[in-house]
Ligand binder design. Structure first.
Ligand code: FES
Length: 109
């Protein structure tokens, strides 16, 4: 049982790609990157550990290929499934949020 509001539907995320969603909070909210690989969804804060920029090259549009997401600012590369940094100027990985897919909807766990 999960009472959180859905972030989106699984089908809203193109397979092998990503979208951005806004998550409201008491402190003003934040943006998550939702990455999809088949029926799996991975969520990370849209804030690059290199210089704190969003990873998108245009609002809600990301560079995703072969299980990697590349920060559009300076090219840091992260593993989709773990958020770990694979290369580029970032020293740390992306900060993840646990999500679950229930009845075709993506929700915070
Ligand atoms: S802000 Fe992402 S690589 Fe620099």
């Amino acid at each position: 049982m999960n009472d959180s509001a859905p972030l989106c539907r699984l089908d809203d995320i193109p397979d092998g790609d990503a979208i951005a969603v806004q998550v409201p909070s008491a402190s003003g909210g934040f943006e998550l990157i939702l990455l999809r690989q088949g029926n799996a969804v991975y969520a990370y804060h849209n804030e690059c550990p290199h210089a704190g920029r969003g990873l998108d090259y245009a609002p809600g549009r990301f560079l995703v290929r072969d299980g990697r997401i590349v920060c559009a600012a300076h090219g840091a590369t992260f593993a989709v499934a773990s958020g770990s940094c694979l290369g580029g100027p970032a020293r740390g990985g992306l900060v993840g949020m646990p999500v679950v897919v229930v009845d075709g909807e993506v929700r915070l766990r």
